[in-house]
Design a protein around this ligand. Structure first.
Ligand code: ASP
Length: 482
């Protein structure tokens, strides 16, 4: 019998995981699922992250040292960052266009939108914010009573929100950004490298150290640098072998991961999942449409225009293991080792490119996150009857771009950074609670886009440097050859 390729096995694990979660919650077994199955999903993510951090370090050092001279490193670095920035701005603009056309926030009934608007005005007044778009329900006697009732309501909501750990810690995380305009730059330079290694959200610091180390390696005599470079090269091989080994068990791990995540959402009542989605369905569909357009139209168009060699189906066949893994883990950092293997082995991109472009991409290039942030902010404004001006929409493109660069490549990072985008246009950051119920599912889809975007850019850079040797693949299992 023909051997089933790995990505199919992962997809089967994924479907069985969802089916198990639904079945177990309808039978009242969700506690069993959460206690005895879900931990294997956590183990899987831990294993991948465990490999990702040291792999980023050695592969960046390798990548920089192999480029050969600091001048071409500078050229490639500038090219990489500019293309990443262009794709991110395209993503944010696409999100804005879609949300303005579909207007998912206006599909909510008028009464609730007016109530939402009044509660926004109460919040804005408590924050001393000036309301820009003209409607002011608080000064309208007709709405006075409603305002009083909502004021009570929103006060309790605000208390709840401030008690909410997620929001509080998210705020703390964004505080640094406010300190000084140069703070993000300061944050890239670690004062103690071992501290950076111990925290997965500090990937940019690891990249900085890797580039610095790699450049210095280039500048010392050959006989001194050779042993270090050989060591880095062999270590990279060891880490990639570790990925191979973990991936053999991926279908089972993905089953556990999905059973746990969906199980947690459903609790002991399956209909809850359906209810959650009904309320936010138009918003979710708008985000989903933007993400699908990027994956199936915009990236392939980029490949067709700038890479040419890789056919449409061949591209997806080559990267399907990375995409399925991105979906299952919701983390581009955890997916990175597999992304690197797919791009090297199946798309024929030289190691020199993958080891430099992909770790940077996983950390700073998040097109899926950017589409989602643009849609989310305008949707939330629409459901509160707030019309954003053109200038505010441009601010959204800029802050969503920066926020997606700043988002860590881990689950829900985009949701946390959404706070900055909301605040940039004077909206209430506590609103992230409204879209929170569907966020994990959307996170899975936007992570596929984040990873596909990195892969697309790496092929474009490889083509430009004449380091692309695509031969087509027969079977994606070839990538993992234990
Ligand atoms: N989970 C996403 C990633 O790792 C980031 C996000 O939350 O949007 O790529």
């Amino acid at each position: 019998m023909k051997k089933l390729s790995l990505h199919w096995k992962i997809i089967i694990g994924l479907i069985l995981g969802i089916a198990w979660a639904l079945l177990s919650s309808s039978l009242g077994w969700s506690e069993f699922t959460i206690n005895w199955i879900a931990p294997f999903g956590t183990i899987f993510i831990n294993l991948l992250k465990l490999i990702a951090v040291p792999l980023v370090l050695v592969s960046i050092i390798n990548g920089v040292a192999n480029i050969g001279d600091p001048a071409s490193l500078g050229r490639m670095g500038a090219k990489t960052l500019s293309i990443y920035l262009i794709t991110t701005v395209i993503a944010a603009s696409l999100g804005l266009v879609l949300v303005n056309i579909i207007q998912p926030g206006k599909l909510i009934d008028e009464q609730s939108r007016i109530d939402n608007r009044i509660s926004y005005e109460i919040w804005a007044a408590s924050e001393n914010l000036e309301i820009k778009d003209g409607i002011n329900y608080l000064q309208n006697p007709e709405f006075f009573e409603r305002a009083q009732r909502i004021s009570e309501l929103s006060r309790s909501e605000l208390v709840e929100a401030s008690e909410n750990d997620r929001i509080a810690s998210a705020k703390a995380a964004t505080e640094t950004v406010k300190e000084s305009p140069l703070q993000p730059l300061v944050d890239i330079v670690p004062e103690n490298f071992f501290f950076s290694l111990s925290d997965n959200t500090l990937m940019l610091q690891i990249i900085f150290f890797g580039i610095f180390f790699g450049i210095s390696l280039l500048l010392i005599p050959n006989n001194k640098s050779k042993p270090v470079m050989d060591f880095m090269d062999s270590t990279t091989e060891v880490f990639l072998k570790m990925v191979d080994l973990v991936m053999q068990a991926a279908p089972f791990f993905v089953f556990a991961l999905l059973a746990g995540e969906v199980g947690k959402m459903a609790g002991d009542d399956v209909s809850k999942v359906v209810e959650i989605f009904k309320g936010l369905s138009w918003y979710s569909l708008t985000v989903f449409l933007g993400l699908m357009l990027l994956i199936f139209a915009i990236y392939p168009l980029f490949i067709k225009l700038f890479v040419k060699k890789i056919p449409y189906r061949g591209f997806f066949k080559a990267i399907s293991p990375a995409q399925t893994l991105a979906f299952s883990t919701s983390s581009s950092a955890a997916t990175l080792p597999v992304t690197m293997e797919c791009v090297e082995e199946n798309l024929g991109v030289d190691k020199k490119i993958t080891s430099f472009v992909l770790p940077i991409g996983a950390t700073v290039n998040m097109d899926g996150t950017c589409v989602y942030q643009a849609v989310a902010v305008v949707f939330l404004a629409q459901m509160h009857m707030i019309d954003l001006t053109l200038a505010q929409q441009i601010t959204i493109v800029m802050t969503a771009t920066l926020a997606s660069i700043g988002s860590a490549a881990v689950p829900s990072a985009g949701l946390v950074m959404l706070i900055i985008v909301l605040e940039s246009v004077g909206l209430n950051p506590a609103w992230i609670a409204i879209i929170f119920p569907v966020d994990r599912i959307l996170d899975m889809f936007r992570t596929i886009v984040n990873v596909t975007g990195d892969i697309t850019v790496s092929t474009i850079i490889a083509k430009g440097e004449d380091l692309l040797n695509y031969k087509g693949i027969k079977n994606p299992t070839q990538t993992f050859d234990v």
